[in-house]
Design a protein around this ligand. Structure first.
Ligand SMILES: [Zn+2]
Length: 206
């Protein structure tokens, strides 16, 4: 199977060709561990999000080691599932809206993200994250206006999302100046961002 060489750091096909991209995934595992300690009252949705955060780290580790189309699937799917479950949980448990509203929003997110996947050349493949960012902005405004605990938290999550996407997008183009690229910064910032997003949900339960 052919290797996917889309990240600046990768120079060859070997397992440890992206050491920094590989090891920065520990941040996702660490975030999952911290959140599981914070969750005092059992909540299936939040526990599943924490589980997905752990799987995101493992999936991304596999992808940055083997870099095959098959492992790319493991890098993309858990993130997509996390986004959908977060939006679902927020709409159902914080907004207390109907399953119909939640399902429609998830369907919109899924369809627009899949359409965006057809344009991998745009923004170095970061375009599929745009629908999630737009929905997050909507939730942030709701979160702030309704005076939820940690009212600005989701705006911070959105801001970190933009910063993370910026580093993910410029990775290939700055390769000549910064040989290790900036994809690892995407890992670190998005791990913190996902941590804060689940932390926001946990705060609602207290
Ligand atoms: Zn990655």
């Amino acid at each position: 199977m052919s290797n996917i060489n889309i990240y600046c750091e990768r120079l060859g096909p070997e397992l440890l060709a992206e050491p920094i991209n590989l090891f920065t995934n520990i941040a996702f595992l660490l975030a999952a561990l911290l959140l599981s300690k914070q969750l005092s009252t059992p909540n299936t949705h939040i526990s599943s999000l924490i589980g997905l955060l752990f799987i995101i780290g493992i999936g991304s580790m596999l992808f940055h080691s083997f870099a095959t189309p098959w492992t790319r699937f493991f890098d993309v799917l858990p993130i997509m599932l996390f986004q959908m479950l977060f939006v679902w949980t927020y709409i159902r448990q914080v907004i207390n809206s109907t399953t119909y509203v939640a399902a429609t929003t998830i369907a919109l997110l899924l369809v627009s993200s899949l359409i965006a996947r057809e344009f991998p050349q745009l923004l170095n493949g970061s375009l599929p994250y745009l629908p999630a960012l737009i929905i997050l902005l909507g939730l942030s405004i709701y979160h702030y206006l309704t005076g939820q605990p940690k009212p600005l938290h989701l705006f911070i999550v959105g801001g970190l999302f933009v910063v993370a996407l910026f580093f993910r997008t410029i990775d290939a183009s700055i390769c000549n100046d910064v040989p290790i690229g900036t994809h690892s910064i995407w890992h670190l910032v998005s791990a913190y961002m996902l941590y804060l997003s689940v932390d926001t949900l946990i705060s609602q339960r207290r």
